[in-house]
Design a protein around this ligand. Structure first.
Ligand SMILES: [Fe+2]
Length: 145
């Protein structure tokens, strides 16, 4: 796979997965750390999903061979967003807190795998090198703004 186009997004995936791992190790009593990590997770995911949905997904949705997988990706973002909202509304001491975070982690891992093993490699095949270069530039711009 020609990884340069999506390298920054793959890096984001690692960052987000790292934050979730850290969150899973926190105790309910460590409120400040838990809240800080949760806020960082929300911020990172929002930015990341926004970049994918505005820059990466539209050209892939337009191609027949990647259309269905792209629609799935939007839905997977939606599920992650819902879980994150629900998690945010739960009290840290609620016994479901960790269970919900674990389900969020599982959903995210599935989504990341589908992108890194499916959608991104397919994008490298179906989009022109000009399109890929353009996407790469726009991702870099969005990350730096
Ligand atoms: Fe994504």
């Amino acid at each position: 796979m020609r990884t340069e186009t999506f390298a920054l997004l793959v890096k984001d995936h690692k960052v987000v997965e790292g934050i979730i791992d850290e969150l899973l190790e926190t105790r309910a009593s460590d409120k400040k750390r838990r809240q800080d990590l949760l806020n960082t997770l929300k911020k990172e995911l929002q930015l990341h999903e926004g970049i994918e949905e505005s820059i990466v997904y539209p050209p892939l949705e337009a191609k027949k061979s990647t259309h269905d997988l792209t629609l799935e990706a939007y839905q997977e973002h939606h599920v992650v967003d819902v879980l994150l909202e629900e998690l945010d509304a739960l009290d840290f001491k609620d016994e479901d807190w960790k269970a919900k975070l674990t389900v969020l982690q599982e959903n995210l891992e599935h989504h990341v795998k589908e992108e890194e093993d499916g959608l991104f490699p397919q994008a490298e095949k179906v989009l022109s090198s000009e399109q890929l270069k353009h996407i790469e530039q726009r991702i870099a711009e969005a990350k730096s703004s």
